[in-house]
Design a protein around this ligand. Structure first.
Ligand code: PSU
Ligand code: MN
Length: 305
């Protein structure tokens, strides 16, 4: 068997010195955004994490190993090559066994982060329960992963391509705390808020790091989902984005898009229908999450010293 992990020198040095490390996913690069904005975003987000006192570890599967910490060449490859596989939990064993290369979703980035001992992971949006689940049974593997892998995931909430109330119900069933960061309501990705009230609010990175510490001490295996609203200057108003999302979902149904292709299809369609405005919002919310995620990692490291 191959070693499961290939850790970059920068990340290994951070582990050796007990520095806070923040994981980042790669499906957002390969399937979530167009080239070349995706690679630019990937590099900037790493820099924001460094500027906020933590070490970034972008994760992908390269040649049948989890690569923890990617170099510029890896990022460029994931961002620009057309045939990069989107690897979720179901696909993981095959990609390792065949020595393939692929981009990790929230679910598989959590698995890689946990194997490497990384506690905090920053992304844009998670997968969830899809609208029309009554017929499709489409529920992202991200949700079950959150229920079983103890990694804190910082996102900007869930977007209305998903069924938000059902996504919250599912997370409750799986024992995943959904924390509103400085908000009482679930952020809805492109907009900073929704009508769905959350059970938990935290106003500082330290409050979140204390929840992480107790979850671990109690032996709870679940992750923790931090939902961080997009800064208001980058929001797309509900009136505008809702109609576009409806149109994208209709188009997906009409074209018979299914399974792992659904989320990438919807994201690309929304970029097209907003003339790129949704992409700007998406990039800015990731940057904002990077700042908060780095602060949580720093607070957690201080807490366990
Ligand atoms: N939502 C986004 N951008 C993304 C994704 C979701 O706003 O890039 C990606 C993430 O990698 C997430 C995956 O884990 O899509 C979910 O895919 P699925 O619904 O097939 O589980
Ligand atoms: Mn799905």
């Amino acid at each position: 068997m191959n070693n499961l992990l290939a850790i970059s020198p920068e990340v290994q040095a951070a582990f050796d010195q007990n520095l806070p490390v923040v994981a980042l996913e790669s499906t957002i690069i390969s399937h979530g955004m167009p080239y070349p904005q995706n690679v630019q975003m990937a590099k900037t987000v790493e820099q924001i994490i460094r500027d906020n006192g933590a070490v970034p570890a972008t994760i992908a599967i390269m040649d049948g190993q989890f690569k923890i910490g990617l170099d510029d060449q890896d990022l460029e490859r994931l961002a620009s090559e057309k045939d990069v596989v989107k690897v979720s939990r179901r696909d993981l064993a095959e990609v390792f066994a065949k020595g393939k290369t692929g981009a990790t979703t929230v679910a598989t980035t959590m698995i890689g982060a946990h194997l490497a001992g990384i506690k905090v992971f920053v992304t844009g949006g998670i997968g969830g329960v899809h609208r029309g689940v009554e017929d499709s049974m489409d529920i992202s593997a991200d949700l079950d992963e959150l229920g079983q892998t103890p990694v804190t995931v910082v996102c900007a909430g869930a977007k209305a391509i998903l069924d938000l109330p059902r996504t919250l119900e599912y997370l409750e069933t799986k024992g995943v705390p959904v924390v509103g960061y400085q908000t009482d309501y679930l952020p809805a990705f492109y907009t900073g808020t929704s009508e769905y009230k959350l059970n938990t609010r935290c106003d500082s990175p330290t409050e979140i790091s204390r929840m992480m510490m107790y979850a671990e001490a109690l032996g709870l295996k679940a992750g923790l989902l931090v939902t961080n609203p997009v800064p208001s200057e980058y929001e797309i108003p509900h009136e505008k984005i809702d109609a576009i999302i409806n149109q994208a979902v209709e188009e997906a149904n009409k074209q018979g898009i299914k399974g792992k292709d659904t989320t990438p299809f919807l994201l690309a369609k929304i970029v097209e229908l907003t003339d790129g405005a949704s992409l700007d919002t998406n990039i800015q919310l990731v940057y904002n999450n990077a700042k908060v995620g780095a602060q949580i990692a720093v607070a957690y490291q201080a807490e366990i010293k």
